[in-house]
Design a protein. Structure first.
Length: 104
């Protein structure tokens, strides 16, 4: 997941289009392990890309992104389990496409 997100980030056209998207969906705050985060995968990708562009920090905590990413059956990602990269790519693009389908 981490290496695929790095590759997404390093495609400037994808990164800037994603950051300029307005899905007009409100924040969906969820709680997991006493942490609250927006459960929208698109919002988490935007947050991560924005942080990587604008922050002087050398790290980003991807926990909210990992937990907002869900499989086809709606299950949260088990970050301790290795998954197929092709499966992640398909689900991630389907998810982003679904979240952006009603936007300009």
């Amino acid at each position: 997941m981490n290496s695929m997100m790095q590759q997404f980030f390093n495609v400037p056209a994808f990164r800037y289009c994603l950051l300029s998207a307005n899905d007009e969906v409100g924040v969906d705050m969820q709680e997991h392990n006493d942490e609250r985060f927006d459960d929208n995968f698109l919002h988490q990708m935007m947050s991560m890309f924005g942080h990587l562009i604008l922050s002087d920090r050398q790290y980003y905590n991807p926990t909210p992104l990992c937990y907002s990413y869900k499989s086809y059956d709606g299950q949260r990602t088990n970050v301790r389990e290795q998954k197929d990269a092709q499966e992640f790519l398909n689900v991630a693009f389907d998810r982003v496409e679904g979240l952006l389908k009603d936007t300009s």
